[in-house]
Design a binder for this molecule. Structure first.
Ligand code: FES
Ligand code: FES
Length: 158
């Protein structure tokens, strides 16, 4: 007989602005819920250990590694994935020279967008420091940093 530890948990939360209700297993990761059950495949899996940032989403407005978040913990909270971002803004960011293979890109863009939105209160940190949690195995970091700094300049110029 089940001891109840694996029983599904019903949760409601806001996903990219939409009220969402699902049943999750106690061991299910937010990353798996998003990618495999809700079809939001823009969020990528890299290391699965909280090291690379490929799975970055916003939880209540803050970037988190979704591979480390149990899905049941988002009950009542706000989750945003890369699908919620303005495609025009992302195209603009890419136009500044950040071309990559793609594995790290969604996580990089999510963190970059968060920096762009909060730059005024992050002034004491460099973009390079703020991007330290997003790893890239195949492109140098200079292009990524330059792309973000360029996008910052563009936004500040209006
Ligand atoms: S897959 Fe989540 S941090 Fe690497
Ligand atoms: S991992 Fe390929 S561009 Fe970053």
């Amino acid at each position: 007989m089940s001891d109840g530890r694996d029983d599904p948990i019903r949760i409601s939360f806001t996903l990219n602005g939409e009220p969402t209700t699902v049943e999750v297993s106690p061991s299910e990761r937010l990353l798996d819920l998003l990618r495999y059950r809700l079809g939001l495949t823009g969020t990528k899996e890299g290391c699965a250990e909280g090291e690379c940032g490929a799975c970055t989403v916003y939880l209540d407005g803050l970037p988190v590694d979704s591979c480390l978040v149990p899905a049941y913990q988002v009950r009542g909270r706000l989750v945003e994935t890369i699908e919620s971002l303005d495609p025009e803004g992302m195209a603009h960011y890419h136009a500044r020279g950040t071309t990559q293979c793609g594995a790290c890109t969604p996580g990089v863009v999510m963190t970059a967008e968060w920096i762009l939105r909060h730059r005024d209160r992050l002034e004491t940190h460099t973009v390079r420091e703020l991007m330290a949690g997003n790893l890239c195995r195949c492109t140098g970091y200079d292009g990524i940093i330059e792309g973000i700094e360029g996008a910052l300049e563009d936004r500040e110029a209006g």
